[in-house]
Write a protein that binds this ligand. Structure first.
Ligand code: NAD
Length: 505
């Protein structure tokens, strides 16, 4: 079942694993050691076409199957995922680097979307208006789109695909998943479990690959819609290219999430929250807190006094070492990019309080480690403030007032998540109302909506109109049809040539 031990991860097309035939492969590395674990096939246009064709062939029967029967497969998939969660979490950690507990937590968040999707027949119910005119009824329904594609990032190789395919297939679509080429094994693992759960062949296909596979999906005439999660530069390209080819596209992208700390906040709670939200998963989360805005010098001083010793003693290491709180980042390139940002922060005059550049983990000297880092007195014009670093680097900005803090949140180009820590209900309410951000927390640092709500950002954190999963996910993966019907009733109106107001036909 698992790809553990496999030399090359191929594709999953038409209900079975198939080897790549493009002749191109990429390497999959253990970020803790930087050792090659296996290779991954990189699909060309012909292989993408094969996956899309399989999905297109499977669409009719799958869409015609009653939704209550479709979700039976997801109930069984859920059980299988629970039975196999330890193995999948270990596999995820070995290719991603995050701790096994963290990996398990992320799979559980994905499982919650599967559970939501099991109840989708409820959300596919249409609306009905009786007698919109004499003897005329009107009925709206939601129907699946056809073949839809998902393109996913490295940082959540199980959860992010599960934001997409359970909802898409429960709605009656068939799916082609293009996971990150950095850690392809979870997608293969999940595809196998779905087949074991009874999913008909071709309903979910996986093609591995890079830009070539993505471009082939974006231009393929049979792909009706594309869900993307990844960086802003690529997401904007995917959105524009997909739309130019007439597809419905949602692209969830990069972030720079601010946490505002008010003078009355519970500082113990603040410090715990910052540690988890800034350094969990080595900061490689789109909802990571990468900026803390402390309101007032005294607030900042009190916070730093408690925060700095915690950062200095954070336990960094490999995913399978006991007691490790933070793993490596994904690749040597990512490590070097993050260290370069730290160099820039120093050059630009920020106050480097804890420096993670020179960390070395005994036994893992070649690993992609960056230690937990914090800058104080960061200014909005600095690159470390403006850019998404996507690593364990926290910026602390000192704001003189609540209004100045809110302005920073709202002026930033990204709008994924934000949080305020306070005991003041007025400030919390005002913040929730005025923050120009898609997901807002009050004393909750990572306000990720549960599966039955929808996940998404504003501004340059999202291109397109729909958030993922929850009711927005159902809207994205279906289209509305409205049917107006009259049955012979003995009422004879004769031909009607003019358009009448008030529901008269
Ligand atoms: P990425 O943009 O490099 O890759 C995402 C996907 O796009 C991958 O499948 C990759 O193969 C493909 N891709 C990469 N370059 C491409 C190109 N030039 N043309 C076409 N396709 C290309 O992102 P990543 O590094 O894997 O993930 C990290 C990013 O994802 C961060 O910016 C993070 O904020 C973002 N992210 C956002 C959310 C969200 O919900 N907003 C969630 C998770 C991650």
């Amino acid at each position: 079942m698992s790809t553990e031990g496999k030399k090359v991860v191929g594709h999953y097309i038409g209900g079975q694993s198939v080897m790549g035939i493009s002749g191109r492969e990429g390497g999959v590395y253990n970020p803790a050691t930087n050792e090659l674990i296996r290779n991954v096939a990189l699909a060309d246009a012909a292989e993408v076409d094969k996956a899309v064709s399989n999905a297109a062939e499977a669409f009719h029967d799958w869409a015609e199957m009653p939704s209550a029967r479709r979700v039976q497969v997801l109930y069984r998939y859920r059980e299988l995922l629970i039975q196999n969660i330890d193995e999948m979490a270990r596999l995820l950690s070995s290719e991603h680097g995050k701790t096994v507990d963290d990996a398990k937590g992320s799979i559980t968040r994905g499982l919650e979307v599967v559970e939501f999707a099991c109840g989708i027949p409820q959300l596919l119910k249409g609306e009905f208006s009786e007698s919109v005119a004499s003897g005329v009824d009107s009925w709206s329904m939601r129907q699946p789109l056809g073949v839809v594609a998902g393109i996913t990032p490295f940082n959540f190789p199980a959860m992010v695909p599960m934001w997409m395919f359970p909802v898409a297939i429960a709605c009656g679509n068939t799916f082609v998943l293009k996971p990150s080429e950095r850690n392809p094994s979870c997608a293969a693992f999940m595809a196998n479990l779905l087949t074991e759960a009874g999913l008909p062949d071709g309903v979910l296909n996986v093609v591995n690959g890079d830009k070539e596979a993505v471009d082939s999906l974006l231009s393929h005439p049979s792909v009706q819609a594309v869900s993307f999660v990844g960086s802003t530069a690529v997401g904007e390209y995917v959105y524009q290219t997909g739309c130019a080819h007439g597809k419905r596209v949602q692209a969830l992208c990069g972030a720079k999430n601010h946490m505002v700390v008010m003078p009355d906040a519970d500082m113990g709670q603040v410090v715990d929250a910052v540690m988890g939200a800034a350094y969990g998963s080595a900061g490689e989360r789109c909802m990571a807190i990468s900026v803390v805005v402390a309101v007032g010098e005294d607030t900042a001083d009190r916070m730093m006094e408690q925060l700095v010793p915690r950062i200095e003693t954070l336990k960094v290491g490999a995913y399978d070492q006991a007691g490790v709180e933070m793993g490596p980042v994904i690749t040597p390139d990512a490590r070097d990019r993050i260290k370069n940002y730290i160099d820039r922060g120093v050059k630009e005059g920020a106050d480097l309080v804890v420096d993670g550049r020179n960390i070395s983990i005994p036994g893992y000297e070649s690993g992609c480690f960056v230690g937990a880092t914090v800058f104080d007195r960061v200014k909005p014009e600095m690159a470390i403030y403006r850019d998404e670093i996507f690593g364990p680097v926290l910026s602390v900005v000192r704001a003189e007032s609540y209004e100045a803090a809110l302005k920073l949140v709202n002026d930033h180009e990204y709008g994924n998540g934000t949080a305020i820590f306070t005991r003041d209900g007025d400030a919390a309410r005002d913040f929730g109302h005025r923050a120009q951000i898609g997901m807002v927390g009050v004393n909750v640092p990572i306000p990720v909506p549960l599966a039955f709500h929808s996940f998404g950002g504003w501004k340059r954190s999202l291109f397109g109109d729909h958030f993922m999963h929850g009711p927005e996910g159902v809207r994205f993966y279906t289209r509305m049809k409205t049917l107006t019907s009259r049955w012979p009733s003995g009422i004879k109106e004769g031909a009607v040539f003019n358009f009448k107001a008030g529901g008269e036909h």
